[in-house]
Design a protein. Structure first.
Length: 377
């Protein structure tokens, strides 16, 4: 029996009432609630445009298409990320090129430059666990090699770098609202951008390539009178999930504060346990702690895998974020050398994600902490 889950979404009465209310509206998709959610999210991140989509993966895929990334192109991605980052690139016909990470588990800027070729067209920095990448250095590389930047912000709504919200440093920022994320629409995602032309193109791509939205078509006497300007897809965010997003975003600051407080509480106690090492995040960048990750070192006296098993037997949910991309069969023909991914490989052997969510209690955290203490030497 799980006593402390790895993650747990907060869905309250207001969320449920909002969802029920949306079901009474004649527009159940591509309607006013989506437009309002897009506007509020864009305002919250200080960008001009928001494009609600079906999930974070489709956000990445559509952004790549919107920037004309495709066949015979290469896109730099971190080796330590969920496979969705690479899958979005594969789906365009382009080739994802995994790069080693640094000690914060974000993409190594030094390693990026080693992997850039004439075919490289874009970089997808992932703000891993909610901690921002060094975007100033990413921007310098982008300018030097004329590369597009698509920020994978799936973990990072509410994260700032140098006072600027992540997702606003490049051509597009892509967010996920999966149930484990900092706010949820169950499934869902959004793209933010300051480019009007990019927004127009991607908005069409998410809706079969149509030149008009559903509301725009129904506002005229001939709703069938629209054009298809590009081959598109069906990646819309419906009104029900948009209404949940509108409700959740009102509580986001509280969710973020709770996560940060919980992470600091873990830090105070876990930093004193022999054989447990914390990720060395710098103090100059904000962190929303979508994930709380520790390293189980050899002097803990037990392997990471064994710690996971023991905690599970005690009713504590843990996992590893993530299996490195280069270890998947889909990359076997890329002929990478393990020496190219030294930090990623070490992290994969040592890292363990502990329970962290906005409603976690001190009692639950104390149980996790005391359990880890009991397992150490």
């Amino acid at each position: 029996m799980i006593k402390v889950p790895l993650s747990e979404p907060i869905i309250d009465k207001n969320d449920i009432q909002t969802i029920v209310s949306s079901l009474k509206n004649p527009h159940l998709t591509d309607g006013p609630r989506l437009r309002k959610f897009e506007q509020i999210f864009a305002k919250t991140t200080n960008t001009k445009f928001g494009i609600g989509v079906s999930n974070g993966t489709s956000a990445l895929f559509l952004s790549l298409l919107g920037l004309n990334i495709g066949k015979d192109h290469e896109v730099i991605v971190p080796d330590m990320t969920f496979v969705a980052t690479a899958n979005a690139v594969f789906a365009t016909g382009a080739k994802p090129i995994p790069v080693d990470v640094d000690e914060t588990l974000n993409i190594s800027i030094d390693e990026i430059e080693k992997k850039i070729t004439k075919k490289t067209k874009a970089i997808i920095p992932v703000h891993f666990a909610g901690y921002p990448c060094d975007m100033k250095r990413v921007q310098k590389l982008s300018k030097k090699y004329n590369l597009k930047i698509i920020e994978d912000c799936a973990h990072a709504f509410g994260t700032f770098y140098d006072g600027q919200h992540v997702g606003t440093f490049g051509n597009a920022g892509c967010f996920s609202f999966y149930p484990t994320k900092n706010i949820t629409t169950i499934e869902g995602g959004i793209i933010i951008s300051n480019s009007k032309s990019f927004t127009k193109k991607v908005s069409s791509l998410r809706n079969h390539g149509l030149s008009k939205t559903l509301v725009e078509r129904n506002d005229h006497s001939k709703p069938w009178n629209y054009d298809v300007v590009v081959p598109g897809h069906n990646f819309r965010l419906d009104e029900v999930r948009s209404s949940l997003g509108l409700s959740q975003i009102k509580k986001f600051k509280r969710f973020r504060e709770n996560r940060i407080k919980a992470a600091m509480y873990y830090n105070d106690f876990l930093s004193k346990i022999h054989g447990i090492e914390l990720i060395p995040y710098g103090k100059i960048r904000s962190h929303v702690y979508h994930l709380y990750i520790i390293k189980i070192k050899k002097n803990f006296g037990m392997s990471r895998d064994k710690v996971h098993e023991k905690l599970y037997s005690l009713g504590i949910g843990t996992t590893v974020h993530y299996k490195p991309l280069h270890k998947f069969s889909i990359f076997k023909n890329f002929k990478f050398k393990e020496s190219e991914f030294k930090i990623t490989n070490t992290a994969f052997d040592e890292c363990l994600s502990l329970p962290l969510f906005a409603s976690i209690t001190r009692k639950q955290q104390d149980y996790v902490i005391s359990s880890l203490k009991s397992l150490g030497k």
